[in-house]
Design a protein around this ligand. Structure first.
Ligand code: C2E
Ligand code: CA
Ligand code: CA
Ligand code: CA
Length: 274
């Protein structure tokens, strides 16, 4: 009993500390969003599996706080969602994605959208006005959503996706395979691409079963006319095997880490517009 109580005390103190840190992050993040400072998109190159050509980039949000240093999106995005900052943050991502699309007109630019954003009934209009404003062809943009996004939103999310897809915007199902019924989900929701989660790519080449699962995913996508991207490709063996299985696009540290705008400019060389 004594030990139990002790544990509770430690747990309680730890909880308090966590909450305090969270409140501080929330405070700093709110200021960063308001002033647009310390936030930027980095871009991870996406390559064609068959000939290795650079095809596009995934925009990934970065936050550098002057005191805290770099804070990962895995940490601050959930906080932004809970404290109502995701709309402004999402707008920032959307705008910067349009600017990137202008800057690299030959490339497809993918951005991540959080469940909260996608569920709003104003979302399609927001996206289309922004694309319009920057003169971006909707087909240059791909929006990555996770399965969680599609759960229980009274169909609003699905309707938003349909609206944007009929305007030409592409959609990818991110982290494919990690949800409860990824395969079943494909029946109901129309997307253009699946992104095979890194966890499957990790097991790929190590275990026979890992190979079979990825093969099944690519086969299913094919049958449904969907494109496939493998994320988190880290070894040459993975690259070769994915190419042989007919995976369309590859993304991962083997090919490139996410790059700043300036670093990405160097990669595309003379292709830059502004
Ligand atoms: P995600 O969409 O699955 O993004 C891929 C993550 O894997 C990125 O981490 C990327 O840097 C990392 N990655 C890519 N290749 C490799 C590899 O070969 N090895 C390893 N170990 N990692 C690799 P990051 O940038 O920390 O992003 C984490 C998550 O944060 C993203 O996962 C995404 O869910 C979320 N996120 C990032 N930017 C945004 C954004 O603008 N909006 C929203 N809503 N979410 C975002
Ligand atoms: Ca993603
Ligand atoms: Ca992903
Ligand atoms: Ca992932």
């Amino acid at each position: 009993k004594g030990a139990g109580r002790n544990c509770y005390a430690i747990f309680g103190a730890h909880m308090e500390e966590l909450l305090q840190t969270r409140r501080e992050i929330e405070y700093d993040l709110r200021r960063a969003v308001a002033e647009g400072e310390g936030l930027e998109l980095h871009f991870q190159p996406v390559y064609a599996a068959d000939n290795g050509a650079l095809c596009g980039a995934e925009a990934l949000l970065r936050w550098h706080d002057p005191i805290r240093g770099s804070v990962g999106p895995d940490v601050f995005i959930p906080i932004a969602e809970e404290c109502g900052l995701m709309n402004s943050l999402g707008e920032f991502v959307l705008r910067e994605t349009c600017l990137a699309a202008q800057r690299w007109p030959a490339l497809k630019i993918a951005m991540n959208a959080s469940p909260k954003e996608l569920r709003g009934d104003g979302y399609p209009l927001k996206v289309m006005s922004m694309l319009n404003h920057y003169g971006i062809n909707p087909e240059q943009i791909e929006i990555e959503i996770t399965e969680g996004t599609l759960l229980d939103s009274g169909g609003q999310c699905q309707r938003n996706i349909e609206t944007l897809r009929s305007a030409g915007v592409h959609f990818a199902l991110d982290d494919f395979g990690t949800g409860f019924s990824s395969f079943g989900r494909l029946q109901n929701v129309k997307v253009d691409r699946i992104k095979i989660d890194k966890s499957f790519i990790d097991r790929f080449g190590k275990e026979e079963e890992g190979q079979a699962i990825v093969e099944a995913m690519i086969g299913l996508a094919r049958a449904k006319g969907l494109k496939t991207t493998a994320e988190g490709v880290e070894t040459e063996d993975q690259r070769v095997a994915l190419k042989e299985l007919g995976c369309d696009h590859l993304q991962g540290y083997l090919l490139s880490r996410p790059l700043s705008k300036e670093q990405f400019d160097e990669l595309v060389g003379g292709n830059v517009v502004n």
